[in-house]
Write a protein that binds this ligand. Structure first.
Ligand code: BMA
Length: 380
């Protein structure tokens, strides 16, 4: 009798255990299916962008912490902060010159100082992104010299591949050195070979074929990530605005396995009458692609040179970011640098566009650093 009872209890438990195992296995399968690609969920920037998606668009500014219209290298300064009361949520930097072991980048920032400012930006909670306009290994000319074809010669079977590897090694050395005082690795976005659909860079449409371009892009990312171990990097693809369909947008696209951020640079549309509508249409194309591939989308560079229209921020860029799809899906918008000797893209204090730029940044869609940090906390 006791034996029978025990068998009964055991059987009953067995059924329950089996049922539990089935539920656990089922849940595991369900979770595995719904999970984002590994890379995306393990990169801290990807996690943060994911956590604020739909809640706001990060505002970025190139060289923001280094110099502005009436100042340079003053601790804590920022033209965005002076005008809008807070730092941008994203800090853009330029690597051009690092491949030559220059002490300063193309735009005169000492790399040692840049390193400190990148770490500072990271410790404040911001996201750092890097562009790179390398000098050519063929003739030593800058990125805007299109007299000589470069790309085919630096690919794996090209005559100058070895020299190109030296350039990549130096880029990797700098990016690897981005660590906090405690040795914590600083994650970042890398946005190489941008505006390739234009004809002004040696990697542009006039000087290489889409296949050569794709190979260059793929090789660069693979080398930096896999050979140099820069797994803290997200990669952005950003053609200029020369497309009207997804097919055209993807002409130079190097592949889903090497791109995390589906971007576009666009200055042109946003200086044309009604051009914001064009910009929105193009963003819709890349947003749809990013959604389909579970990637992020961004307006990687924009601005109006010298902000010659005092309402440009609310009437042009403001309209773009308040489009219902854009505001829900876009991860960031970045304007270019404020260099008093060359050009500026964000107003300085007392500039005729300053009030309007502040109103734009007060729009609910736009996130400055504090907004970004608060949202991240709520989500964590
Ligand atoms: C361009 C200009 C140049 C600069 C380059 C790389 O748009 O701002 O003066 O050298 O970007 O940052």
């Amino acid at each position: 009798m006791i034996k029978l009872l025990l068998i009964g209890v055991f059987k009953k438990h067995n059924v329950m255990i089996r049922a539990k195992i089935t539920v656990v296995l089922g849940l595991a399968v369900l979770m595995a299916c719904c999970q984002k690609p590994v890379e995306k969920s393990t990169n801290p920037i990807a996690e943060q962008l994911e956590s604020v998606k739909g809640k706001g668009i990060l505002f970025g500014h190139q060289d923001d912490l280094a110099y502005g219209m009436n100042w340079s290298y003053v601790d804590g300064e920022s033209d965005v902060k002076r005008v809008a009361g807070d730092y941008p949520a994203m800090f853009g930097w330029e690597l051009g010159g690092v491949e030559l072991k220059n002490t300063h980048d193309l735009d005169s920032i000492p790399f040692q100082v840049m390193k400190d400012l990148v770490v500072k930006g990271y410790e404040m909670g911001g996201v750092n992104t890097f562009s790179w306009h390398p000098f050519s290994v063929i003739n030593g000319e800058n990125a805007w010299n299109t007299e000589t074809d470069v790309v085919k010669h630096i690919l794996q079977n090209g005559s100058h591949h070895k020299e190109f590897l030296v350039q990549l090694d130096r880029v990797a050395d700098f990016l690897q050195s981005l660590k906090t005082g405690d040795g914590e690795v600083v994650p970042f976005i890398f946005r190489p070979w941008h505006e390739m659909d234009g004809t002004w860079f040696w990697w542009g449409a006039k000087n290489c074929t889409p296949d050569e371009f794709k190979e260059l892009f793929r090789f660069s990312v693979d080398y930096l990530k896999n050979k140099k171990g820069l797994s803290q990097m997200l990669v952005a693809y950003s053609p200029d605005r020369n497309f009207t369909s997804l097919e055209e947008y993807l002409t130079w696209y190097p592949g889903d396995d090497v791109v995390d951020i589906i971007g576009m640079d666009n200055y042109y549309d946003l200086k044309m009458p009604d051009g914001e509508k064009e910009a929105i249409k193009k963003l819709h194309i890349l947003i749809a692609y990013a959604k389909e591939k579970q990637k992020f989308s961004a307006l990687t560079e924009t601005g109006l040179e010298n902000v010659t229209d005092s309402l440009w921020f609310t009437q042009k860029l403001g309209k773009v970011v308040s489009d219902s799809l854009v505001s829900k899906e876009l991860s960031y918008v970045m304007v270019w640098r404020n260099d008093p000797k060359v050009h500026f893209f964000f107003p300085y204090e007392n500039h005729s566009a300053a009030t309007d730029a502040k109103s734009f940044l007060d729009q609910p869609e736009m996130l400055l650093l504090n907004d970004f940090n608060k949202l991240k906390k709520i989500n964590n």
